[in-house]
Design a protein around this ligand. Structure first.
Ligand SMILES: Nc1nc2c(c(=O)[nH]1)N[C@H]1C(S)=C(S)[C@@H](COP(=O)(O)OP(=O)(O)OC[C@H]3O[C@@H](n4cnc5c(N)ncnc54)[C@H](O)[C@@H]3O)O[C@H]1N2
Ligand code: MOO
Length: 416
């Protein structure tokens, strides 16, 4: 296959690339954005800009795991009656000791008093508050959570590039961090182009359709952790597109366009990008998503021009834009998870184009099965909405039989 493709009389040449080559070119457009300090409440879904160490031991002191009595275990035997010398609820900040021959009542989460080596759960006693009768004994160490068992002061608890989920936010709070340094969220602007487009809700005349790529890609960008700063739509007018791109470039870290990037007479994104900035037209050996353009606007802002067909723009977003946004967000792993599933039915794929087919994952005996939804047509939005996976058929594979293993890109995870 040639490296460049002459697209026809009078049309600019296109670089021909595989999906992986184009994805690598897109990823090279930008690195992680600078770090910013944010409150924990704003940290969810963001990636750490540096390693984080604990400011405390966890637990910070020997802690009771049960409501009961702090005991010297060697003094216990069934039927023993011991004095209850003190009462230590959670939050008691005194430094209490267990006298010899006695016990101290403790609650879950209370510090285990000095001298005690175990906690006797209240269920193994008569529950006395002045004196307590021991019904059964416990071994040394029972129900005591030792200081530092979980985390030690100075331990690196989370690393740069970790994406903060609920567990990580809990750990940051527990280890003493009210704020944390994360990478800035990439600011994304989405520009849809097409004179046939009418805002959702608007009345349609013959030849017109509702604009759906903008809302779709804005949702996908937010889902990837981006801050969507603008979503707008312009008609097929090259000056209008150039003006919109210049405005959006000034406000965003990445501009994503849809439509107008193929070989048509009114493919104005193509013309606007070639007029300003530094962009390359690309023919990607994939279906959907063949015509693409990528580069920078006049002010240096990365721009990705995706094809207008709704499924093409969504799939292109998934495999090209999303990894770039994840990289700018600082995530260590920028790609979606893939898994091997069984094809539910036969499928066909064009030679020389890597095909990404919309599918639904089902489970049979615990193993994933990929059930295609809709056909390969890049206009089939009805089916796209029911898909939660993309079956990834390599360029050189033209036929997959029902029951064969297929690689599947799992779309079910939400990162934002
Ligand atoms: N002669 C050729 N024609 C086409 C080729 C080709 O190689 N030779 N490639 C086809 C492929 S593949 C694709 S993909 C499309 C991409 O073309 P564009 O990126 O220029 O997209 P448009 O022509 O502007 O639109 C295509 C289609 O999608 C609808 N659309 C566009 N924007 C939106 C939107 N925001 N919301 C909803 N729907 C949208 C538009 O109405 C068209 O139906 O080119 C093929 N043609
Ligand atoms: O490359 Mo297009 O996206 O097949 O419809």
């Amino acid at each position: 296959m040639a490296d460049v493709l002459a697209a026809g009389a009078g049309l600019p040449v296109r670089t021909v690339r595989s999906l992986d080559e184009h994805a690598a070119a897109v990823l090279a457009l930008a690195g992680p954005l600078p770090g910013v300090r944010v409150a924990l409440a704003d940290a969810r879904g963001r990636a750490l800009a540096g390693d984080v160490c604990s400011t405390v031991d966890l637990p910070p002191w020997d802690s009771s795991a049960m409501d009961g009595y702090a005991v010297r275990s060697e003094e216990l035997h069934a039927g023993a009656v011991l004095d209850v010398a003190d009462d230590v609820p959670a939050g008691d900040t005194r430094d209490v000791r267990v006298p010899a021959g006695a016990v101290v009542r403790v609650m879950t989460g209370a510090p285990v008093p000095g001298g005690a080596d175990a906690v006797l759960p209240v269920e193994l006693t008569d529950g006395g508050t002045v004196r307590v009768r021991v019904d059964r004994v416990v071994a040394p160490g029972a129900h005591v959570r030792p200081r530092g068992e979980d985390v030690r002061t100075g331990d690196v608890v989370l690393r740069a590039g970790d994406v903060l989920g609920a567990g990580a936010i809990g750990l940051l709070a527990a280890t003493g961090h009210a704020q944390v340094e994360v990478h800035a969220r990439p600011r994304v602007a989405v520009l849809s182009t097409g004179s046939e487009l009418v805002a959702p809700g608007g009345a349609l005349r013959h030849g017109q359709i509702h604009e759906s790529n903008g809302p779709q890609l804005a949702a996908a960008a937010a889902d990837a952790g981006a801050d969507v700063v603008d979503v707008r739509c312009v008609s097929d007018d090259v000056d209008a597109v150039r003006a919109a791109l210049a405005e959006l470039g000034a406000r965003a870290d990445v501009v994503v366009t849809t439509g107008g990037v193929s070989v048509g007479a009114y493919d104005v994104v193509r013309d606007a990008l070639l007029a300003d900035g530094d962009a390359q037209l690309v023919h990607v050996r994939m279906q959907p998503g063949k015509p693409q353009a990528v580069g920078t606007l006049a002010d240096g802002t990365p721009v990705l021009a995706l094809p207008g067909n709704p499924v093409s723009s969504y799939v292109s977003f998934e495999v090209f834009v999303r990894p770039l946004l994840r990289r700018m967000l600082g995530a260590r792993e920028v790609h979606r998870r893939t898994l091997t599933a069984t094809a539910a039915g036969d499928l066909h794929s064009p030679a020389g184009r890597r095909q990404l087919l919309r599918a639904r994952l089902e489970w049979s005996g615990g193993a994933p099965v990929a059930v295609l939804v809709g056909g390969p047509g890049s206009h089939l939005l009805g089916a796209l909405a029911r898909a939660d996976a993309l079956v990834d058929v390599p360029e050189d594979v033209t036929h997959v039989a029902a029951g064969d293993p297929v690689t599947v890109i799992d779309l079910r995870e939400h990162d934002a």
